[in-house]
Design a protein around this ligand. Structure first.
Ligand code: GLN
Length: 313
């Protein structure tokens, strides 16, 4: 199938925005102090088609830190560099069934991080980024995520410093993984690079373009740059289907039927292979750390835009 005609997409996006703008369930993340200051009323929805056509409703140009959504794109870059087969062995693609920052998940699996979309797997992934120093790895990530977005992404210094001062749990996870021989680089330096990658500033518009790049075999819809190979995109989407919404990934697939990735600042990206990317932004989260309005709006749009991958027509 194809996406509906453009004016219909615009009006369905506006419908979704009007339906869920009043939904006030959930709470803004506050375990990273700087995130607690987010305006909970912000709500943006953006679709980027693989040909570069953009559809927008609400606050699509408001910038926020990308947080866990970075995990999907850094994973793609590392698969591109090291080969997705090696990364499968080192990081895995199976859901933990446990929260994104679980230490127990590591212990229950003999020190294996399980998948790249939880903190443990993301820390291993970041440790495998090319570069001999933390600075070189950070530069590689900033360049790579910017290539996905089609514009230069900047660091939110305030969010970075706030998380760097309070990320002892992630430091502990990296140390634990090191004790199991899982890390490809110094654990504390890796945690610092990971904290920076989570603090890159994006808008819903950027995220839609990044998702559309994964939807089109790695070709950015705006710049036409081949950022990663089609074979990498296929595996990234599989990893997202299993684990993109943490322990609620099964429920997400059941309701929405597409690979997606959420982050604690309130973004969610969803990929409609061959068609485009959908991004939502709204800071109030459910208990698993997924945006409440984002989930509801994506479910609605998956249905009315005909995006569910399990549908036969
Ligand atoms: N930087 C956050 C952390 O490591 C990202 C978590 C998330 O978005 N789920 O805790």
């Amino acid at each position: 199938g194809h996406l509906p005609d453009r004016p219909l997409i615009d009006s369905l996006l506006l419908d979704a925005w009007e339906r869920y703008r009043g939904l006030d369930e959930g709470a803004v993340a506050d375990y990273i102090p700087a995130l607690a200051a987010a305006d909970p009323s912000l709500f943006g929805l953006c679709v980027a088609e693989v040909d570069g056509t953009i559809h927008a409703a609400g606050d699509v140009d408001h910038e926020f830190s990308i947080q866990s959504i970075s995990k999907a794109f850094v994973f793609a870059l590392v698969c591109q560099e090291r080969g997705y087969q090696e990364v499968l062995e080192r990081v895995g693609v199976d859901n933990t069934g446990l929260p994104f920052n679980s230490v127990m998940a590591i212990e229950l699996n003999d020190g294996h991080p399980m998948n790249p979309m939880v903190n443990a797997g993301a820390l291993v992934t970041t440790s495998l980024v090319p570069g001999a120093s933390a600075a070189a790895k950070w530069e590689y990530i900033q360049n790579g995520l910017s290539a996905f977005a089609g514009r230069r992404l900047a660091l939110d210094v305030q969010v970075y410093e706030s998380e760097a001062a309070t990320n002892q749990r992630n430091q502990g996870i990296a140390r634990l993984l090191q004790s199991y021989g899982r890390m490809g680089f110094d654990p504390l330096e890796t945690t610092d690079v990971y904290t920076r990658q989570c603090s890159l500033l994006v808008s819903a518009r950027d995220l839609a373009v990044m998702a559309a790049t994964l939807a089109d075999g790695g070709v950015n819809p705006i710049t036409r740059e081949q950022v990663v190979d089609p074979a990498v995109c296929i595996r990234v989407l599989a990893a997202l289907a299993s684990s993109g919404l943490y322990e609620h990934s099964g429920e997400w697939l059941y309701e929405i039927g597409m690979p997606g990735k959420s982050g604690v600042s309130g973004g969610i990206v969803t990929i409609a292979p061959g068609k485009g990317g959908l991004a939502t932004f709204s800071p109030r989260l459910d208990v698993a750390g997924n945006s409440v309005r984002g989930k509801r709006a994506t479910r609605y749009l998956s249905g009315v835009l005909g995006l569910n991958l399990f549908a036969s027509a």
